[in-house]
Design a protein around this ligand. Structure first.
Ligand code: PHE
Length: 350
């Protein structure tokens, strides 16, 4: 297409067109496109520069050259300003999403959950006593949870009311269930390792219970197991008395009471003096002055036999304590539900 001859008119028209185009610019990107359209190597102004050679008069050519140069400078300045504006807009836009100067929206600092705190403390005390930490699965075989622990088939603990069975095919180790206590980890441990064993096994357990002030369908236990030659009942008592003294306070009054568990013989329960009334009797201890904190006993010979450790060479003791229970006593919390609601007003008190 033939070019119109270079004239002041043509230059004025180009300038007007530039300003019209500039008005249409609405983004950083369209501004860049405009720059290329006018100042680029094949841009509008370059085209006019090319026409300079058709002007014969040397002074005339020089004059037009100067005019075109001044237009380049002028357009460059305008574009420069516009670029700055868009850049600022761009930054402002990204800042509007993250406005650093605004006060933060009611930001709450978390705290370690009281259960976790007590859990850690229990682990710390037993680690100090030389126990190592073992874990087992929450989904367990019936054999490990019951049978090998000497809990016979007709034991009430196996009742559907207590145990949550999974709807899975039966295995050669019995039905599959959610463990009702951490004691199956004892079995796993003794099957996998020769004594000496000195371990605690913390973890979550499940029972088919309704949630109320003192019950939950899932709670936490810390199991303990010591198996070696010459382990005696006095070792059990010494260990657990040491534990309650560190966990609660030095001169705490506690007593071992005879009890029954299928997997220990003899079986005991450890009671500590009620921390609420200091033994004088209140509703927490049901006016007995004492509260139960754990079950324990010497590992039943049948259990040792079941895991292939024989009756003679080894003896051991075991215990199982409820983390919720210890926490409730330690901090005088009277409702278990508070542990699971995650209300910061509660959690922040510890
Ligand atoms: N497993 C028992 C329970 O859940 C507690 C326990 C553990 C008792 C180890 C004795 C020995 O009630």
């Amino acid at each position: 297409m033939a070019m119109k001859k270079l004239s002041e008119d043509l230059i004025r028209q180009l300038k007007e067109k530039f300003f019209i185009d500039l008005k249409k610019v609405d983004s950083f990107e369209s501004l860049e496109a405009l720059k290329i359209l006018y100042l680029g190597r094949k841009g509008e102004i370059r085209k006019l520069f090319h026409q300079l050679k058709d002007i014969d008069d040397i002074d005339e050519r020089k004059r037009y050259g100067e005019i075109l140069n001044s237009i380049v400078v002028e357009i460059e300045e305008i574009l420069e300003k516009e670029f700055k504006r868009f850049k600022k807009d761009k930054e402002e836009y990204s800042f509007s999403l993250l406005e650093m100067s605004l006060p933060s929206a009611n930001f709450q600092i978390g705290k370690i959950h009281p259960l976790q705190k007590v859990y850690n403390e229990i682990i710390e005390i037993f680690s100090y006593l030389g126990f190592d930490i073992q874990e087992g699965p929450e989904i367990e075989f019936e054999d490990y949870n019951f049978t090998m622990l000497n809990i016979p088939d007709d034991h009430p603990a196996r009742d559907m009311q207590d145990t949550l069975y999974l709807n899975l095919p039966k295995t050669d180790k019995g039905k599959i269930l959610l463990r009702t206590h951490t004691s199956p980890v004892q079995i796993r441990l003794m099957l996998s390792k020769k004594p000496p064993i000195k371990s605690i096994m913390p973890g979550r357990v499940f029972r088919n219970e309704n949630l109320d002030a003192t019950h939950s369908f899932n709670f936490h236990q810390v199991e303990g197991l010591v198996v070696d030659k010459n382990i005696k009942l006095s070792d059990l008592k010494g260990t657990l008395i040491y534990f309650v003294r560190l966990m609660f306070y030095e001169d705490i009054v506690c007593k071992f009471r005879q009890s029954y568990f299928p997997f220990t013989e003899p079986s005991l329960e450890l009671d500590i003096q009620c921390l609420v009334c200091k033994g004088s009797g209140c509703s927490v201890c049901k006016y007995s002055g004492f509260v139960e904190i754990l079950g324990c006993g010497m590992v039943h010979p049948q259990v040792l036999y079941n895991v292939g450790l024989g009756y003679e060479e080894y003896t051991g003791f075991a215990f199982g304590l409820g983390v919720e229970r210890v926490t409730m006593l330690k901090y005088r919390i009277d409702n278990m539900r508070l542990f699971y609601e995650n209300d910061l007003r509660f959690i922040k008190q510890f």
